[in-house]
Design a protein around this ligand. Sequence first.
Ligand SMILES: Cc1cc2nc3c(=O)[nH]c(=O)nc-3n(C[C@H](O)[C@H](O)[C@H](O)COP(=O)(O)OP(=O)(O)OC[C@H]3O[C@@H](n4cnc5c(N)ncnc54)[C@H](O)[C@@H]3O)c2cc1C
Length: 522
Amino acid sequence: MKPFTAPLDDILFTLTHVAGADSTPDWDAEMAREIGAHFAAFAEGEIAPLDEPGDRQGCRLENGRVRMPDGFGAVYKAYAEQGWPGLTAPEDHGGQGMGALMLAITSEIFSGANHSLQMVTGLVPGAIRVLTRFGTNEQQARHIPGLASGNTLATMCLTEPGAGSDLSRIRCRAVQDGTTWQISGEKIFISGGDQDMSEEILHLVLARTSDNGVKGLSLFLCPSTKADGTRNSVTVTRIEEKMGLHASPTCQLAFDGAEAELIGAEGQGLHAMFTMMNHARADVALQGVAHAARAYDVASHYAAERQQGRKPDGSPATLADHADVQRILTEIDTRAMGGRAICHLAFVAMDRGDAPDLVDFLTPVAKVACTEAGMRAAELGMQVLGGYGYLSEYRLEQTYRDARITAIYEGANGIHERMLATRLLTGAPGAAFDAFLQGEDHAGLLPLWQRARAYLQKAADPTPLAHDVMALTIHTLLAALYARIAKAADHHPDPTRIRQLAEEGIRTARSFAPAHAARLGL
Ligand SMILES: Cc1cc2nc3c(=O)[nH]c(=O)nc-3n(C[C@H](O)[C@H](O)[C@H](O)COP(=O)(O)OP(=O)(O)OC[C@H]3O[C@@H](n4cnc5c(N)ncnc54)[C@H](O)[C@@H]3O)c2cc1C
């Protein structure tokens, strides 16, 4: 198996030279490289080696508690001791106060090294953001230090048996009891709902405080240990069996009058939860990029070494000498770099804070584009390895299995497509994206995209158009970003590779965007 290598040069290239990280107030390129290199060494040396054994062993439920695979507790301890959980937490609560762009670097590397472990630890920055935005000073002082030190891990509890994409169907109920609240009901599919790595778990729970649809939902902080030091009434009733991510416990949780505190205003739970979900969505987009980059790493190394067939001069050829294998490898590489550029563009816009409408527009686009890229790249990578791709030896089948969920959780991709078509494209976010594209080299695709937008504005029901509109949007955005990538190629250690993938990306966008426009009837 090819050991995991963090794609640090590629990450720093798009962040700095494509997405414009230096336009953000706190960007320090040298510090970013130094922190990225530290995390890369940790991920390569300690986190990634647990990926395969974790997948094989999986999590188990013993006496009502989740046991993580061997070695996960020790690596989490080292992760916490090195200060990674508090990277972007406020300094006055024990964090290091770094900008969110640092997370674009570490999250992608973490997911590439070990998606399962990243899932269980990755909700901490989102929880801190919710506390910073909606918590009282007292709540922040009580909860952030534990999250920043690694003593506490966070969960996000939305899904119920009857409430998946449609959160208005949530039935979990919260009842006020003096100064505290009590939550009762069932949540399913909760990532890291229990584990034995952190001392504490802080569940962020969306629960019903009135029967007024989504306006009756409020957000609660529900710690695993109550104020009096006893265990809170949150129990794991089972761990789900699933296709991949075997080292990430997906838990069914029963809340039985669990003690909780309200965060933010009553009835504003969905609004508060969106802060966490938007963070998680950006993270899931990076998971897709990480899988695509890993697929390229494994497949390109294998193709360079395996001898099959002959070159035109009759000498022995490697797989990489064959045009069709080159085509596949270039597609994987192109998808990884293009997806990463979309994510980084969104992260930079988020960090600058001066274009919230553009961020609203880019978040679902990044989620869909990058998760599709991750799945497709994993599948193509397996093709490059032939029969060995299907076997477990080179682990691409694990990448394939782990990547599959990214298009489903954090809002199924179809839901993001619908949101783009019904709310974002025709309103202020769509106008912000239009304005952004006008300053870009969009390979002539902008007029096509504008026609689609105008067409959608007139449609009585835009939902049947949603998939093709998203695809057209992704191709148009990618055309602009590959143009930026091509322009910046000389800043990368391997400019030839970068120019090649940018050309391929622009060619693909130019060919497929009109096909999706045609499907819309344009
Ligand atoms: C491994 C794993 C980890 C997870 N982690 C968490 C977690 O930590 N916390 C949490 O709260 N949840 C978690 N989930 C749940 C996940 O977010 C949901 O599975 C997801 O939101 C989809 O909900 P659903 O499964 O009920 O599918 P459904 O809502 O039933 O949707 C099924 C399909 O129908 C489509 N669809 C549904 N409604 C519409 C509509 N109105 N218009 C068009 N299409 C529609 C969807 O796009 C989807 O393709 C996790 C799930 C898994 C498998």
